[in-house]
Design a protein around this ligand. Structure first.
Ligand code: HDE
Length: 724
């Protein structure tokens, strides 16, 4: 009351703890080296002024230099604000409009730059320019994503992952907008809104977020038997990848290659990760989502920043009309694959991701993939999903980016010459300059571009005839045979995971009739699977669903469908080293050397972020404090404790979880003898198996890291049985 406040150039809250504004300024001072903030000056009462000519002056969007960015213009020190404060109004106005609509699907994503390099010429198959010259590189932008979750959802949702690649070719942009699963839920694009509505949060309550474990999703799919092949994939470990770097990508649809003579060859596109495939366990996924919701984007960011550029091979399945005719299923049906045994995948190039974005919004958020971005030499097939997508993507970009000129944004702009008569519209940045903006015209050289029958995109002149109808082809009617083929191609532990995932998801459905309807479809796929799920749900076994076509029992297992059948390696993986004071410095050094030698990385986890004092007296800095670096974040762990140091760990719940989770998640565990009390406290000391490797001497370090190449010790899961 009555106490006069001292006028200050700081807001009241910033001043709350500081008699002088100097005390409230260190953030700005620290940031100044990285960003072009004005430098703090003096001891309060002054604004933050540009200190020297090297520091940029803050301006408005109109370029007007700003004198004070800390205080609105007001009458007196405590009076009302003035509307003429154009800097304040512009700043708030722009802030209010920072958001654009998130993607209806695939809202959560992460994009990076890289290049595609051709390793085998396809000149005989296609006239597409990027596939002509071996060794030539084409710049790309790749965005990985989940499908169901909102922009801020966690990375480890059980979900399909998007794998969208924009190739900036010399003949225009080609977008291969694929997924990490080679089939899709539905056969006709007209069902897409229903599928997505059913998968997204339920409309009355607005939850659950980023998960299919709810009634609406399972209600829809149980009434759509065509989805059951895809259901097998998303209930498998494919839907919880360890990293974007360890997953495959698929163009899904059949496309066409057209060569210079106009000959068409069907093609399916595959991306094969050089580091192999790897997924996490569901129990692990749930914990990763809590510990690091950005696990996948951080992983990609760290890998690229660390110079470990992720790489994929581009594989093609090429086949002709005769194969399409004799194949058991319809090559236009996106709920089917072509097994690699029937049409081998030929490797023709590599994709290298070597550059993170400068700005997330400008690039990852504004990138606009469109399936209809197609280049001469490649063409669509009549797959009804693909045809529908060709409408949706352009339409959705207009909604999201707000202008038909979204192609002017650098991330979307082709990197080859463009010449057309399209003009105006919101945010037009590249209107044509010549006199004519129409064609035909008689302005000669001023007349602008002309069509080019030789170079131009031409559609394959496929002959199509038939009645106009809304029928779905009979050749799309078999819904279970390939679902079964996928299931029987899995290793036993992978089959168990599928059963566990189905049981988990259906246990989240409130309506028993929905659970039963799903199991009735599983009966058409594999009786043992259906039985396992019914038992897990305590459900009376229903009758099998009525099938439009009987399930083919004779389709053989296909090895590439199993993750665990693939070669394994620890390269590109991360070892979590839990260390204490007094830890063996030589052993730690040997572990780090072994990890780096095989192209893996490590993180030191310690009781304090400041690090641990090793037995040689050196200070080893930590990357994580124990509760910030749970073992779920690592592919394998080593516990390098000293006898005295382990006392810090045994009383710490996070340290006990570190050990017990690593064990439950079938990880390789290296440990020093002195770490045993922690293993005892974690309840795993009596169950140690061959993947729990004692680090007795320095020599054991390399042997342990070599053993980690197996990635998981699966027999352990059968004893722990986390999920069932
Ligand atoms: Fe998409 N899909 N989709 N989709 N899709 C979108 O486009 C759509 C489908 C895929 O990182 C949207 O820009 C329909 C299959 C990826 O930006 C939208 C149908 C496959 C991405 C859209 C499908 C995909 C999208 C939303 C049924 C794998 C993210 C935002 C016919 C082959 C791209 C956007 C990125 C995004 C429509 C089915 C992959 C609404 C109508 C099958 C990777 O246009």
């Amino acid at each position: 009351m009555g106490s006069k406040r001292k006028p200050s150039s700081f807001g009241e809250s910033a001043m709350a703890n500081a008699g002088k504004s100097q005390a409230a300024q260190p953030d700005l001072a620290a940031a100044e080296t990285e960003m072009s903030y004005a430098q703090p000056q003096g001891d309060g009462g002054e604004t933050h002024q540009t200190a020297n000519a090297a520091v940029e002056t803050l301006t408005t969007q109109q370029g007007i230099p700003v004198s004070d960015d800390q205080n609105t213009l007001r009458i007196g020190a405590r009076g009302p604000s003035l509307i003429e404060d154009f800097h304040f109004r512009e700043k708030i106005f722009h802030f209010d409009h920072e958001r654009i609509p998130e993607r209806v699907v695939h809202a959560r994503g992460f994009g990076v730059h890289g290049y595609f390099e051709l390793t085998k010429s396809l000149a005989d198959m296609t006239r597409a320019d990027l596939f002509q010259r071996v060794g030539e590189q084409t710049p790309v932008f790749v965005r990985f994503s989940t499908v169901a979750g909102s922009k801020g959802s966690a990375d480890l949702a059980r979900d399909v992952r998007g794998f969208a690649v924009k190739f900036y070719t010399k003949e225009g942009n080609w977008d291969l907008v694929g997924n990490n699963i080679p089939v899709f839920f539905i056969q006709d694009a007209i069902k897409f809104p229903d599928l997505i509505h059913a998968a997204k949060p339920e409309p009355d309550r607005g939850f659950p977020q980023a998960q299919t474990a709810h009634d609406n999703f399972w209600d829809f799919v149980s009434l759509s038997p065509e989805s059951f092949h895809m259901i097998m994939w998303i209930m498998s470990d494919r839907a919880i990848p360890r990293s974007f770097r360890f997953m495959e990508g698929f163009g899904v649809h059949s496309f066409r290659f057209i060569n210079a003579e106009g000959k068409s060859t069907f093609v399916k596109f595959h991306w094969k990760p050089k580091l192999g495939l790897q997924s996490v366990l569901w129990n692990e996924a749930v914990k990763i989502n809590g510990a690091d919701p950005d696990f996948h984007r951080r992983d990609l960011w760290d890998a690229i920043k660390g110079g470990h550029f992720p790489e994929w091979e581009l594989g093609l399945q090429l086949f002709d009309d005769a194969f399409a005719e004799r194949f058991e299923f319809d090559i236009l049906d996106s709920t089917k694959i072509i097994p690699e045994e029937q049409v081998p995948v030929q490797i023709v190039g590599r994709l290298v991701l070597d550059r993170t974005v400068d700005n997330f919004f400008a690039e990852t958020e504004q990138v606009a993939f469109c399936t209809q971005n197609m280049v001469p030499g490649i063409d669509f097939s009549d797959d009804p999903l693909l045809q529908g997508r060709n409408f949706s993507y352009l339409d959705t970009q207009l909604k999201r980016l707000g202008s038909p000129n979204f192609t002017h944004l650098p991330v979307n702009a082709p990197r080859c010459p463009m010449a057309h008569f399209q003009q105006d519209g919101h945010m037009a940045m590249k209107n044509p300059k010549a006199r004519a903006n129409y064609e035909p015209n008689s302005w000669g050289a001023l007349g602008g571009p002309r069509e080019n029958p030789e170079r131009g995109f031409t559609s394959f002149p496929e002959e199509v005839a038939g009645p106009k109808t809304r029928l779905r082809s009979e050749s799309f009617a078999d819904h279970y045979s390939q679902a079964r083929q996928f299931f029987i191609s899995q290793a036993p532990i992978e089959r168990k995971h599928i059963g566990d995932a189905l049981t988990f998801e259906l246990s989240k459905c409130e309506r028993p009739d929905i659970r039963a309807r799903v199991v009735s479809h599983l009966l058409n796929i594999d009786v043992a699977l259906a039985t396992r799920v019914a038992d897990g749900l305590r459900l009376e076994m229903p009758d099998p669903a009525k099938a439009a076509r009987p399930t083919r029992q004779e389709l053989p297992p296909s090895a590439p469908l199993s993750i665990l059948a693939r070669p394994k390696s620890f390269a590109g993986r991360k070892l979590g080293i839990l260390a204490t004071d007094g830890a063996d410095a030589k052993l730690l050094k040997a572990l780090i050397e072994a990890v780096e030698k095989i192209g893996a990385v490590y993180e030191i986890v310690a009781p304090h972020i400041g690090g641990v004092v090793l037995d040689d007296g050196a200070m080893q800095p930590a990357a994580q404090k124990i509760d910030g670096g749970p073992s779920v974040l690592y592919d394998a762990v080593a516990i390098v404790a000293s006898e005295t140091g382990v006392a810090d760990l045994v009383g710490d719940a996070a340290a006990r979880d570190f050990a017990s989770d690593a064990f439950a998640h079938c990880k390789f565990i290296g440990f020093t003898q002195s770490a045993t009390p922690l293993l005892e406290k974690a309840g795993v000391a009596d169950a140690l198996d061959e993947a729990c490797i004692q680090l007795a001497t320095v020599k054991d370090a390399a042997a342990f890291v070599a053993a980690c190449a197996e990635l998981r010790y699966w027999p352990r899961e059968l004893t722990v049985d986390l999920d069932a």
